[in-house]
Design a protein around this ligand. Structure first.
Ligand SMILES: C[S@@+](CC[C@H](N)C(=O)[O-])C[C@H]1O[C@@H](n2cnc3c(N)ncnc32)[C@H](O)[C@@H]1O
Length: 197
């Protein structure tokens, strides 16, 4: 079967500000894509971008995420999309059989607000023949695993890739896996590590 893992730049952050005339609120948008993978503005204490892609800013447009979902449905038997809790809406409505997994990162760092983000969703579409309990191993829909601190924003731990592929029922002997956004190479090397020796 043809499987894919898509870990694109995450959708932008929408937040409410109360600085408009008369105390009215307005919605402001901040790009994650250009901050981490383009030439966008980073905070004073942020390190250099993890990676550069000249078209990173395309991922600030929610229709780009929708197009990714449609491409995955058209071209692959099973797939996974990594995103943020506030980015899930960019992919809705999901195919009826899609599921949302939860990757819990106990080492998530505080951001600008009081709430520390310690989990990330992974949207998965398991091939139809691999959904029944009798069709393969039982896999939890949650993974607790620290995010790697390798200086690459968005890099996934090896265990993340193994978990996602176990959920998709990956058969190293007959499946192909396409890593659509290689980044640090962590996903690809985890896939290689699952191949028979
Ligand atoms: C979240 S990171 C992928 C992280 C990767 N899974 C890992 O474990 O290291 C997203 C990647 O998409 C790349 N990217 C940004 N804009 C892109 C575009 N328009 N087309 C393709 N890739 C893009 C970024 O440069 C970055 O390497």
């Amino acid at each position: 079967m043809k499987l894919a893992i898509a870990d694109p730049p995450y959708p932008p952050i929408f937040s409410e500000r109360f600085d408009a005339a008369g105390g009215a609120s307005r919605v402001v948008t901040r790009s994650r894509a250009t901050r981490w993978y383009g030439d966008g503005t980073r905070g004073r204490h942020d390190p250099a971008p993890a990676d550069f892609h000249p078209e990173a800013g395309r991922w600030d447009d929610l229709t780009e995420h929708r197009r990714l979902l449609e491409r995955l449905c058209d071209e692959f038997d099973g797939w996974a999309i990594a995103t943020t809790p506030d980015g899930l809406g960019a992919y809705h409505p999901l195919p009826v059989s899609a599921r949302v997994l939860s990757w819990v990162r106990p080492n998530g760092m505080p951001g600008g607000g009081r709430l520390i983000s310690r989990w990330e969703p992974v949207i998965v579409f398991i091939p139809a023949a691999r959904r029944a309990r009798t069709s393969g191993m039982i896999v939890p829909d949650t993974l607790i695993e620290a995010a790697p601190r390798i200086g690459f924003a968005g890099a996934k731990p090896v265990q993340w890739t193994r978990w996602v592929l176990d959920v998709l029922g990956y058969d190293p002997g007959s499946d192909s896996v396409t890593d659509l956004f290689p980044g640090s190479g962590n996903v690809a090397s985890a896939i290689d590590g699952m191949l028979p020796a």
